[in-house]
Design a protein around this ligand. Structure first.
Ligand code: MN
Length: 198
């Protein structure tokens, strides 16, 4: 019941939660932003635990999931995706250092970015992205620099976590995409981003 209430809050609150968690006089993270484009991004985030953040524009914000093991191009692999607070669309270009003591303190690398096409449907009927999000079953055709082809994000019944799964298409591959360890923005590794900032 608590998880369900939380989910409804995430749907309705927009960026309030994002802003409440941050001190913008301290963190270089963006406050807002606007775009009409259907964009997504993936950040590699060296916080308490290294993880990847998958963000997809739904409505006026980036819906966000922390993916501990990162995305996979292998359709037989299901990656846990834990929903986190909505982020502003300008976050899709963010790379840098979140100061220690701030929420999410650590180094953030822009690991992938690009556009997407919503291909969500149910019983042969097309669903808007918002409908698909609310139903907990999104299908998007990604056109990133690294992630390409159709991915599904599926909410699981038990604990309201989601799974990120590659669909079997011409982009599917057993190759480990996470071996690409440099930023699509700066060409730097996490270590180099950290070093250049200090
Ligand atoms: Mn994160």
């Amino acid at each position: 019941m608590i998880a369900r209430t939380e989910n409804i809050m995430v749907l309705s609150m927009g960026l309030e939660r994002y802003r409440k968690k941050r001190d913008f006089s301290s963190t270089p993270e963006p406050k807002g932003g606007k775009t009409k484009k259907d964009i997504f991004c993936v950040q590699k985030h060296d916080a308490t635990n290294l993880h990847y953040d998958f963000r997809l524009k739904v409505g006026s914000v980036l819906k966000s999931w922390a993916v501990p093991k990162g995305p996979s191009m292998d359709p037989s692999v299901k990656r846990l995706a834990i929903p986190t607070e909505d982020h502003p669309v300008d976050y899709a270009g963010f790379e840098g250092i979140i100061p220690e003591g701030e929420y999410g303190g650590g180094t953030v690398m822009l690991w992938d970015k690009g556009s997407f096409t919503n291909v969500s449907e149910k019983d042969g009927k097309k669903l808007s992205l918002k409908e698909a999000y609310e139903k907990g079953h999104i299908s998007v055709d990604l056109d990133g620099e690294r992630l390409k082809g159709v991915f599904a994000l599926v909410r699981t019944g038990m604990d309201h976590n989601w799974l990120l799964i590659k669909k079997d298409d011409k982009h599917a591959s057993k190759k480990d995409i996470l071996k690409k360890s440099k930023s699509v923005k700066s060409g730097k590794t996490l270590k180099q981003i950290e070093k250049d900032a200090s």
